[in-house]
Design a protein around this ligand. Sequence first.
Ligand SMILES: *[C@@H]1O[C@H](CO)[C@@H](O)[C@H](O)[C@H]1NC(C)=O
Ligand SMILES: *[C@@H]1O[C@H](CO)[C@@H](O)[C@H](O)[C@H]1NC(C)=O
Length: 655
Amino acid sequence: MTTFAAFLLASASIGFLFANVGAQDQYLTALSDLQQLVTSMDATLQDLKADVQDIKAALQGGCTVGNDATTSGGNTGTTSGGGEVPPSGLLVPSDSGDFTHQAALDESERFILLWKFDSDTITFEAQVQTTGFIGLGFSPNGGMTGSDVIIGWVKDGQAYLTDRYAEGYFLPRLDASQDVELLSGYENGTHTVLRFRRRLRPCDTADDKEITEDTQRIIWSFNDNDPVGLDGPDGPQYHGSNRGSKSIILLQKNPPDLDLQEGNVITFDMINPNVKVPSKETTYWCSTFQLPVLDKKHHLVKVEPILQPGNEGVVHHILVHQCTTGSNPPSGNQECHTMPWGNCRAVMAAWAVGGSGYTYPDHVGFSLGTANDPSYVVMQTHYDNPQRLSDVYDNSGIRFYYTPEVRQFDAGILEVGIQVSQNHAIPPQADTFDSTAFCYKECLDPFLQELGEPIHVFASMLHAHQVGVGVKTKLVRNGVVKTYLGRDESYDFNLQETRFLDPEITVQEGDELITECSYRTTHRPGFTFGGEASSEEMCQNYLQYYPRFKLDHCDSLPEIMHSLSFFGITQIDNNLQVVKPDSMAGTNIGVVLNQHPWTKEEAERLDQHIRSGPVVVKCKGRPGFTNLAGITGQVWNPLPEPTVLMSNSTSVSGC
Ligand SMILES: *[C@@H]1O[C@H](CO)[C@@H](O)[C@H](O)[C@H]1NC(C)=O
Ligand SMILES: *[C@@H]1O[C@H](CO)[C@@H](O)[C@H](O)[C@H]1NC(C)=O
């Protein structure tokens, strides 16, 4: 089965390189379907593996209540130094906690997490429908192994909280250093509520994980029984099926969802029309909306999620894509893993789990109602349904607030990244393969000069697909990386949202933008090519800035003949058949690419080869304005990372 799928995938990849356009579409669809199938089989397999691990752990001791302490060393954790975690008295918080963020971690909303943060610490409140113990962890990948875990409970009028580390699928051991502060804890008959605080940059770097602005894989669990002791066979028992993981950007810096004082604010709701959420883990649903027809310019000033009560655990993120002015919008209301995105790609608003919406900076609005503004948008909702519930109907969506009282500046969206193209090729078997895109000053400067002033970037929406694991854009000034215009080293395709930059970042004449995407393809049987289906790849950053200028896209692609020289190919024809060398003449380049003996090392070698070569820059202004031809032949000298921006791993202040 797997081999057959692999064969089909390989032939589909090869096929679509040379097929004519009609057949190519079919190949693309088939490829996309197959890759989705493989991905979902992969996910099921992971689930099954986790279950097997859990059962094994339970059999080996995690669950064998009353077993003597000598059983299977290691599996129940070791009590080192920190074994003495004193219970704290029963505490009921005297205030609401003023939490700024909230998320349901499971579809049934049994585990609700609230949080807030400042520059050094993060405070959580877990409200869980259990009278036993609860666990919350920060995982490297969504699994237990290597996670920084907090387990707490309330028993006989005492609240307990323990800082732990999971070495595998068994009871996480206690950390030698207990670094989570219990603020309050109580039970009310149905729920256990624990409030606690920890540092963002831990002092115990061995066992605690730093919480950054990157996407965090949160794991959670609970069990309806309280532990007898802290550890060993008396410690917290196996959690059974009450467990899961969720990607959340904990440190969302989105400006608060302020109440607009201005009168004259109109709302426009885009609501999913009672969508029956498919009973599968991941669904992308698209609905097209015509924006209000306005007789004069208005400004969109605020974006807010509308979550159907009860569906907070299922609706994971929502993107609003603007369709190019004058283009025909895609019709309908449908699942959309593959869509004709070309005209409706740029993301103008995005909400993700944990957030409550945002207002634009008060001197900025997104223009609606003029000839240059979008008339249609496609709203894409990601449903997260790992329990495969079959009776969920959804009427969630996004509310726009707009006003005729226009603000000082129009916001614009600038798309930077790799040009969406099949020439964007990512080899299989790569631990990390980086694609780098350049927006050179030759493209930016003429538009900045026409505008007559710098632009100020206030938000970013990073976008790669299923094998994307990192996306960032660097601002380069005078050959030095000054800062990032959006950055996530732990990117998750299944969690996309607008991220505000604080402070705003100015892009001026002479500046250049470098966007880097990292991909992991160890599980892919063949090449992954650029494209709009989620099984294909992209590498984009949609920057929101003001004042609006006339540049829409500043993309690049590695120069194809340089890339092909890695395989010894020196000449190809228009049908992507090798012409030279003679030994390969007549072979399709897709065949050559996929026949290469791919290993981690070979993928790394190709990565280096492409980086050392020239790129083609595509610079595209809005219709009616200058489109620069490609700038070819530029070779970029790699720049060091800006050390000053990195957290200092050798010394953490305050420890
Ligand atoms: C117990 O606490 C939870 C979480 O705060 C709350 O939702 C629930 O209504 C409370 N139940 C009772 C009986 O007070
Ligand atoms: C990082 O830590 C080292 C060692 O304590 C110190 O010398 C250096 O100045 C620090 N760098 C920054 C950027 O804080």
